[in-house]
Design a protein around this ligand. Sequence first.
Ligand SMILES: Cc1ncc(COP(=O)(O)O)c(C=O)c1O
Length: 367
Amino acid sequence: MKIKYLNLSEQWREEKAKLLPIISRSLDTGHFVGVKGEEILKFEKKVSKLLKVKHVISVNSGTDALTLSLYALGIKRGDEIITVANSYLATTGAIVHLGAKPVFVDVLPDQNIDPKKISNKITKKTKAILPVHLTGRSCKMDEIKKISNKFKIPIIEDCAQSFGSKYKNKFCGTWGEAGCFSSHPLKNLSGIGDGGFVVTNNSKIAKFIYQTRNHGLKNRDEMDNFGYNSRMDNVQAAVLNFRLTRLNFIIKKRRENAKFYFKNLNKKNIFFPRENKNEFNTYHTFVIQADKRNSLKKYLRKHNITTYIHYPIPIHKQKPVRKLKLDVRNLKNTDNQSKKILSLPVHHNLKKSQLKYIVKKINTFYE
Ligand SMILES: Cc1ncc(COP(=O)(O)O)c(C=O)c1O
């Protein structure tokens, strides 16, 4: 039996008959790029209704969603942004590109930021808190929100991995000033190329990003500020509109697969955070923290099971970040987890027989 981590060509085959006419119709409109494409406007409207937010601004990637949101807050050289070091590089990249300084806080056993460690890191220079809802699990947003209110520091949420995830019945991305999403092909809500979007109830931030993603233009010919080119393609939005109709099914399947792992995986040598009662997790990844992780990964590879490590090198250990000479003491959980984490296949096309095979191989490895 051969089990891929994710099978994008299988997903394409499954959807091809429905997607090709949609793509063709979108191309027939002659709107390829631009911010007024029919599918783009439809996508922004749909997401706004779904997440119950005032504004949705589609952009070219999750990275741009983060960069433009921080930029909209006025983040500049010398400012400090509190975040985590176990995310994808883009979270810190967005901060560094604006000249600001990332300030890393350690994570909880569930891999998300430890709210109790945030206040100690706040200084006069702190201009935002940037929690990352890693693996499709929300951070403890009520606690983070309290800190944000107390110190009057805005929250920008990195929701690249957590479309549809909730905490206390409230969607990720709707707790802070802005929520930043990615629709990269590997995400639960995925396009067929790069894409992303920002959600916000703050009209000033929305206006700034609407203009800045399109060269700073306020109408066809006039600009308020210099901006960037970060528009979502109309065809990308058409695919996302279609895939939005399948999202509940995809999340349901992923949740069922996670449940199967919870029930059947060996719990002696592997730790995996359960879903607590406040959470609704969408399992962008299903990450175990395993003893002898590297040998387990090799063993699974030998038995034709593909797994990944998200991410093997924490950001504070990457070369350009080491050069910044940040305070990286007290990142014990981040460091320990990077040696143990392993992402198992959890996608919606997994068959029961494949799940059983994965569990059997992992449990046999520890026997
Ligand atoms: C946590 C996190 N933040 C940001 C990003 C960046 O998103 P994108 O690849 O769409 O630029 C990703 C995507 O991999 C991510 O997983």
